[in-house]
Design a protein around this ligand. Structure first.
Ligand SMILES: NC(=O)c1ccc[n+]([C@@H]2O[C@H](COP(=O)([O-])OP(=O)(O)OC[C@H]3O[C@@H](n4cnc5c(N)ncnc54)[C@H](OP(=O)(O)O)[C@@H]3O)[C@@H](O)[C@H]2O)c1
Length: 330
């Protein structure tokens, strides 16, 4: 598998990162372990999880599966999401993040996390407190590198500057949503991260599954699918716009003899500023399909067609920037 560099860290990671949100959920333990084995056999070395996935269930499976081969894996996890009813069992405070890290280390059966990420911003905690805590984690040896997820461009900028100002461990990665049906990070985050040596690790690169082309509308939702099983997600994802993008992805896929999932993932994989999309699968068939997204590149005419159908109006002031030929995004 193609390898890339994780931001300014110099660490080599596979261009596809294995997401594990389905573990201990749609994928039982045996299937999850098969998914890990197949991913590693295909040359992948980068695995992303979070304490929040099935309240530690995903981390527990990964911990068992990686015993004896932990050293060859770049292991990423996240903390911040509530892990219980007590208000202090969540958040990006020093108190909670340290506790969350200790719990993740135990479940993952390891003495260090390669990339520890704050899962979401926390409006109740000064950003500097979270950044300094990440720095302490790195200095303690329990964490190798620090990352953030779901942060605004303005907060990311502050994080980059404050880490530099105080000599704290730099933020080497950001994990935002990004796909052909969710291109918001092109307005700011992609170029901001590139300029600061920060890797971008897109989540939901298939828009939660819609870009596989398996959804035709709200009327006939396939069973045993994320949108078929979750009305709120179906309502949010099954918009006319998203379905029209999925139709175009399917058309391009048929033209070039690839699956729709491979086309949608290939597009994300080759966007400037993207380091490694995080792929999700509930079984080996989906994983195999998704692994086929790398090792080739879409023709420019197909990229143009996909970007035309998925383009959304620029917000202000990006639209003014564009008007005056000031670069916006990648
Ligand atoms: N930082 C964050 O806030 C955040 C948020 C979300 C996710 N993540 C990370 O990103 C990873 C990926 O996110 P995601 O699962 O939303 O990604 P996604 O690729 O947009 O959606 C994955 C889902 O699409 C369906 N699917 C995948 N491949 C398929 C294929 N080849 N054919 C048909 N259906 C297919 C499966 O769902 P069904 O079979 O149920 O349809 C699968 O669970 C997660 O595992 C997690 O590690 C992070």
């Amino acid at each position: 598998m193609e390898m890339r560099i994780l931001g300014r860290s110099g660490v080599h990671v596979s261009a596809l990162c294995l997401g594990t949100m389905t573990f201990a959920n749609e994928a039982d333990e045996a299937t999850s372990r098969d998914i890990i084995d197949r991913f590693l056999d295909a040359g992948g070395n980068f695995i992303d999880t979070a304490d929040a996935y099935q309240r530690g269930g995903s981390e527990e499976i990964i911990g068992k599966a990686l015993e004896g081969r932990r050293d060859s894996i770049v292991l990423a996890t996240k903390g911040r999401v509530p892990m219980g009813g007590d208000p202090n069992q969540g958040g990006a405070s020093r108190r909670h993040l340290i506790r969350a890290l200790e719990d993740s280390l135990r479940r993952l059966r390891t003495d260090h996390i390669d990339l520890y990420q704050v899962h979401w911003p926390d409006p109740h905690v000064p950003l500097e407190e979270s950044l300094q805590t990440l720095d302490d984690m790195v200095r303690s040896g329990k964490v190798r590198y620090a990352g953030l997820s779901n942060f605004l461009g303005s907060d990311l900028t502050r994080a980059f500057l404050q880490c530099e100002r105080y000599g704290w461990a730099p933020i080497v990665s950001h994990q935002p949503q990004y796909s052909l049906v969710s291109r918001e990070i092109e307005h700011e985050t992609l170029s901001l991260c590139a300029a600061n040596g920060c890797a971008v690790l897109p989540w939901s690169p298939l828009g939660g599954g819609i870009l596989t082309g398996k959804y035709k509308g709200a009327a006939a939702l396939p069973a045993d699918t994320r949108l078929g099983d979750n009305e709120a997600q179906a309502q949010r994802r099954l918009t006319e716009f998203n379905l029209s993008v999925a139709t175009e992805v399917t058309r391009v896929a048929a033209e070039i003899g690839k699956s729709a999932a491979q086309v949608a993932l290939n597009w994300v994989l080759h966007r400037r500023g993207v380091t490694a999309p995080i792929i999700g699968a509930r079984n080996l068939t989906q994983l195999d399909d998704n692994l086929g997204a790398q090792g080739w590149q879409l023709e420019p005419e197909h990229v143009t067609a996909l970007e035309r159908i998925s383009r959304q109006p620029l917000p202000y002031p990006q639209n003014m920037y564009r008007m005056f030929n000031i670069p916006v995004g990648p």
